[in-house]
Design a binder for this molecule. Structure first.
Ligand code: ZN
Length: 139
């Protein structure tokens, strides 16, 4: 019997991202009030901008692949937590890309910019190490 039988399968592969070079930005079609416009789109974006009809250009966001952590609940259901992806609202406020994290599946996301994303990742690694120590206590 596998030791991993209680751990739900990871639904999202760990994305391998490399920093974008300016030449890797591509022009794609977006639709705003029925009008096609060309927008720059980063290589990590998975949005089909032509499939949306936005009210305002400010509503356009670039979003990367989503990674989640599946956690089995008491009733056997699986909750997706720590839903994380890259996002950018290029025509709103500062337009800077950041890591978006929905901690509990509520749809409310927190933004991690720059080093804050690394600090958050370090916290997750530390949490995983605490879980590993608990497993070793049992074995
Ligand atoms: Zn995009």
């Amino acid at each position: 019997m596998s030791l991993l039988h209680d751990i739900p399968p990871q639904q999202s592969p760990v994305p391998t991202l490399t920093p974008a070079s300016p030449s890797s930005i591509r022009l794609v079609a977006a639709v705003v009030r029925g009008q096609r416009v060309a927008v720059e789109c980063p290589p990590w974006c998975v949005v089909d901008h032509a499939a949306q009809d936005l009210a305002y250009l400010d509503d356009l966001s670039h979003d990367g692949e989503v990674a989640t952590l599946p956690v089995r609940q008491f009733d056997g259901s699986v909750e997706q937590i720590l839903t994380t992806h890259l996002t950018q609202w290029p025509f709103a406020d500062n337009g800077e890309a950041y890591i978006s994290v929905d901690a509990d599946g509520s749809g409310e996301c927190n933004a991690y910019h720059g080093a804050a994303g690394l600090a958050f990742a370090d916290q997750l690694v530390a949490h995983a190490e605490r879980i590993r120590r608990l497993v070793h206590v049992l074995n």
